[in-house]
Each structure stands twice: as C-alpha cells, then as structure tokens.
Design a protein around this ligand. Structure first.
Ligand code: PMP
Length: 360
C-alpha cells in the first residue's frame, strides 16, 4: 500500500499549512483583525438577514451574487458597476481565483517581499512560478525598482500591496502606473487595508478606467471588522470578472454569507466608525515604539512593524508569556503588532517594555 505522503504532489511534500498561531491569550494583536466587534444593532441586523436567508436554504444561492456585488460597487464608488465587481470567501479566495485564471503551470507571478505571505503560497498552490523582486532599503518600493524587476522577470501576474503587509506603508500611486505601463500581464493591487490609509492616500481604484489589466482587491475582514464572515472582493474590468467565473466553484458564496455581507454593508457607517480609533492607536504605536528607541516603519494600515531588537524571537516569546500575542513575520530583528483598542495597546506597551529589559 502506498503512503499518502507519496501520493501528494511533489511540490507540496514537506510543506506546512499557512497559519498564524491561534493561541488563547488575553491580548491578541497578531492577525491584523479589528479589535472592535460589530455593535449589537449590526449583529442583530446580520442575524435577522441570516435567519431570513435560512428559510430558503433548500435552494442553492445566487451563483453570481448579483445583489451583493451591486452593494459592493456602491460602497467602492469611483463609478464602478456590478459587472466590474466580484466577491468570494475572503480576499484570499479572490487572489486564488485570479491565479487560477491568469497564472498556473508555465506562468509566473512577481511580488516584492516582505509582503503578504499568502501571495507566494497561493502562487505555489496554483502551480504558478514565483519571482521575488525584493524591496529597497527601509522596505521601500519605488517605481524605478519595481519597473526593473518587471522588465527582468516578464511576469504574467504582478502583486502589489498597498498599504503593504507587513510593513504598513502605502505605495506611491506612481508605482502602480509605472508597473502597468511596463508589464504585459495582470497587475493586482491588494488593498486589504485601504480604509486605514492616511487622508490623501489615493486608491488604485481611480486607475481602473482605461486599464483593463488592473485588479484591485479588498476585504471586509479588516476595517469592517468581519474577518469571521469571510468576504473579500475585487474591482476590475468586466472581462476579469468573467475570467474568474471560469475557475470559481459553482455556488462558492453561501446564501448565509451573501445575506450577512449585505446586512453589514447596509450599516457601513456604523461599522467603519471605529476606523479612526484604530488609526489613533496605530499612530500612538509609531510614536511610543520610536520613543522606546526602536526602528518603526511608517504605517497606513492597522498594524505597525518595528525592529532593532537583537533577538526578536525571544521578545515575541516573552510577550506571549505576558499574555500578549503579536506576529513574528520572519524578518530577523522585527515584529508586527496590530493596532487594537487603547486598553490592548496599554497592555502591549507595558509588556514590551518589560520584555525589552530582558532581551534588549
Ligand atoms: N491581503 C492582505 C494584504 C492581508 O493581510 C490579508 C489578511 N491577513 C488578506 C489579503 C486576506 O484577508 P481575507 O482573506 O480575510 O480577506
């Protein structure tokens, strides 16, 4: 009898599944979730919408999720129409569908690490070759560097991430335009954290007219505080939306998910009302971490990357021992912390000061 491990695709053997530790500690600031749960009136509205949808669960859901896409197009603005928007179970599924349709065996995707770690993992899972263009000093990504990498690798898909995870920094819009001009393939701008960007930071959405190879991905997991609902989406040319429908599973988005997301979107203002509080804690983290003598990457997101620790792994462990979970993103000397509530950031900062006494 053959071993299951021998049956596994050779390129998957020996790999570990993606996953930040889900430890049961008091303060969880490791996955860039929103620390503010939906307020009771929104939770009740979502519950009522799900109950209503439950009465029709004998039928498959709307395969094309038209009403939800209409709502998402309205939320995004920029004159977008339903035909330009597509939704799935988290933006991870959106990114996977894009690679299934536009990447695949014999094709390549280019990213600029450190960036969102799922980009290369999804490339690998879809058999797409991964090319790393790297970043410049201080994790910067300028148009010159990006264009040189695109020219060198000639990728079928380019991943840009703005604000970038894990560094937090928003891209200069020039970079997207320069990459679009230089590349022949799909240019995906992952804007999972767009709602936290500092005022005046333009979204790549405004570049969609006249750029049919541009795709902007978004999620309700972060600013909307609905990571548990699993709802991500994209905005692009209608032909991109038609293309991903070739690879999506039929009825991929359950009637419950569609109903929950629509009910949440009807309360957009309430759900986004905590974004300002999160941004204040983000800015506070930048100030206080700098005051502790640490290096801090400028952030337009709901998290901050900080460095200058001789043994960041030991600091991370010492924080866990103090009931605070943040993220070791695999950059030696650096750690990433999510901007939570003021109380959570108080606990984090005092635990960090203690940990740094032990491991300066
Ligand atoms: N893009 C980026 C940059 C992210 O950081 C994340 C979540 N960590 C995602 C996409 C995926 O989020 P979701 O699948 O919850 O929409």
């Amino acid at each position: 009898m053959s071993d299951v491990r021998d049956l596994l695709r050779p390129d998957l053997r020996g790999r570990s599944p993606y996953g930040a530790p889900q430890l049961d500690v008091a303060v969880r600031l490791n996955t860039n979730e929103n620390s503010y749960p939906p307020p009771p009136e929104v939770a009740a509205a979502i519950g009522a919408a799900v109950t209503e949808a439950a009465t029709g669960l004998n039928r498959y859901p709307d395969r094309d999720a038209v009403a939800l896409r209409e709502d998402l197009a309205r939320y995004l603005g920029h004159g977008l129409t339903t035909a330009q928007v597509w939704a799935a179970n988290g933006s991870n599924e959106i990114l996977q569908q894009l690679l299934q349709a536009f990447g695949g065996p014999g094709r390549t995707a280019l990213g600029f690490t450190p960036s969102y770690s799922m980009h290369p993992l999804l490339a690998s899972a879809t058999g797409t070759g991964w090319r790393d263009g790297g970043r410049e000093a201080g994790f910067a990504l300028g148009a010159g560097h990006a264009v040189t990498q695109v020219r060198h690798h000639r990728p079928d898909v380019v991943f840009l991430c703005s604000p970038n995870n894990p560094t937090g920094t928003a891209l200069d819009p020039e970079v997207v335009e320069a990459v679009l001009a230089e590349s022949h393939g799909l240019v995906v701008v992952d804007e999972a954290y767009a709602e936290f960007a500092r005022p005046g930071t333009p979204s790549a959405l405004r570049l969609l007219p006249g750029n049919p190879r541009l795709v902007v991905t978004r999620t309700m997991s972060k600013a909307f505080g609905l990571a548990g609902a699993r709802l991500g989406y994209l905005a692009a040319d209608p032909e991109v939306v038609e293309a991903v429908q070739l690879v999506r599973l039929p009825y991929h988005l359950s009637a419950l998910t569609q109903a929950a997301a629509r009910a949440a979107l009807a309360h957009t203002d309430v759900l986004l009302s905590d974004v300002a509080a999160v941004m204040r804690q983000r800015d506070r983290l930048v100030d206080e971490l700098s005051a502790l003598g640490l290096e801090v990457a400028p952030s337009d997101a709901n998290f901050v990357l900080f460095g200058g620790m001789a043994d960041s792994r030991a600091v991370w462990r010492s924080l866990v021992d103090r009931g605070v979970l943040i993220r070791d993103v695999g950059i030696p000397g650096w750690l990433r912390v999510t901007a939570g509530t003021p109380g959570e950031i108080d606990v984090f900062l005092s635990a960090l000061s203690e940990a740094l006494k032990e491991y300066p």
